[in-house]
Design a protein around this ligand. Structure first.
Ligand SMILES: Nc1ncnc2c1ncn2[C@@H]1O[C@H](COP(=O)(O)OP(=O)(O)OP(=O)(O)O)[C@@H](O)[C@H]1O
Ligand SMILES: [Mg+2]
Length: 380
């Protein structure tokens, strides 16, 4: 579950978990939002250790710092040592701060849930869309970093070699632990990426409120999720004014809301679920189970409501076409460039380095066009 700040992600993540458990799934509910709030919404403590919160539902708040410590501290320590005397501060920053890594490490916990074999469904309460998208960029960033800086097979730092030779004198030699840590990190990120981008196993659900700014931001997030290869299978419209509240003082709000609902309909060509604005805060299992029933009725919230592959590669008559779903994006907002073995797709302030299959490397782009919300890139 993701969406703009405060729209109801945590409430709906819990409701989805409870609803899935009511359909006899064994459910794990994971909070990957560093500002954990499962506990607040449930009115009880949930911590880094898995705890049963309802029949069939186990919950856990991932401690990002713990997760990071496991592999990242070694890497950071070495890089910091290596760069200690280096004057290029920008480079040092780049290497030490990987935006999105923390969030991604939280998702490593999904793998652990899967490895237990004790659960059918894992519902993740994600951070607001901004950090979720940063997280999705990370695997690309890491791959580029690895390809440029490291030669893992030879266990050497490639681009850093001249620099390393200079500091060799200072006695700073990357120890084996460093390369092991890098290898582990790389493998972990790759695993998480594989889970996230498998549309049969993982889908994003966007929570939205019928308010202009929320709808606009969520529409962009929808496109960015596709760009990163994550399929979105439903949108949950939360906090709709219920019928008794649509007259009198709130009549004009209700009218605006109808306008926003039309725009939601047009912006998200995927199944839509709705929840009313309740007369009070939702707190505790009972409230959230009511939310689940109101949203899903008899349907199983663990179902995949629509299947899609946001990024597709077609071969036809010797020509190759790459298609990326970019709903709600205009032509002017997109830029496509090939660079070596990668295709760089930029959509406003999000960018994606898509590693091209070997057969396409070095081939020029013959044409790129946006057609009905799909970016089509034809290679020569
Ligand atoms: N449909 C609703 N009716 C009434 N109150 C709601 C509804 N949905 C959410 N709330 C309340 O709104 C507040 C924010 O909801 P919630 O914590 O689920 O949002 P969030 O998107 O997870 O926020 P954050 O971005 O801070 O993580 C909570 O107090 C919750 O009980
Ligand atoms: Mg939340």
């Amino acid at each position: 579950m993701t969406g703009k700040g405060g729209v109801g992600k945590t409430s709906h993540a819990i409701a989805t978990a409870l609803g899935a458990a009511a359909h006899r799934h064994r459910v794990f509910l994971l909070s990957a939002d560093p500002a954990h709030s499962l506990g607040d919404a449930l009115g009880r403590r949930v911590g880094a250790r898995p705890v049963a919160i309802a029949p069939g539902v186990v919950a856990r708040e991932v401690s990002v710092l713990d997760e990071l410590d496991r592999s990242w501290s070694e890497i950071r320590r070495w890089l910091r040592e290596l760069l200690r005397d280096e004057t290029d501060e920008v480079l040092a920053e780049e290497l030490l701060v990987f935006p999105g890594l923390e969030e991604l490490m939280a998702l490593r916990a999904v793998r652990e849930v899967e490895a237990t074999g004790d659960f059918d469904v894992c519902v993740v309460d994600c951070a607001p869309t901004g950090s979720t998208l940063r997280m999705l960029r990370f695997p690309d960033a890491l791959r580029i970093f690895m390809e440029n800086f490291f030669d893992l097979e030879r266990r050497s730092a490639r681009l850093l070699r001249p620099l390393m030779e200079r500091i060799h004198a200072a006695g700073v030699v990357p120890r084996d632990e460093f390369f092991e840590a890098i290898e582990r990190l790389y493998a972990d990120v790759e695993d998480v990426r594989r889970i996230l981008m498998d549309g049969d196993r993982t889908t994003a659900r966007l929570v939205v409120n019928p308010a202009r700014v929320v709808v606009e931001e969520t529409r962009r997030s929808f496109a960015y999720l596709s760009l990163y290869g994550v399929a979105t299978d439903a949108v949950v419209v939360n906090r709709l004014l219920p019928a008794p509240a649509t007259g009198g003082y709130l009549a004009r709000w209700a009218e605006r809301e109808r306008g926003e609902l039309d725009s939601i309909e047009a912006s998200f060509p995927i199944p839509q679920f709705r929840a009313p604005l309740y007369p009070r805060e939702l707190r505790g299992i009972e409230d959230l189970a009511i939310l689940a029933r109101d949203v899903f009725g008899d349907r199983d919230p663990a179902a995949v409501f629509t299947r899609g592959r946001p990024i597709r590669l077609h071969k036809r008559a010797g020509r190759t076409r790459l298609e990326i779903d970019l709903p709600g994006v205009s032509k002017e907002e997109i830029e496509v460039i090939t660079r070596g073995s990668d295709l760089l797709v930029q959509v406003r302030n999000a960018s994606r380095w898509i590693g091209l299959p070997t057969s396409l490397r070095g081939r020029p782009i013959r044409r790129a066009r946006l057609h009905e919300g799909v970016l089509e890139v034809d290679f020569g």
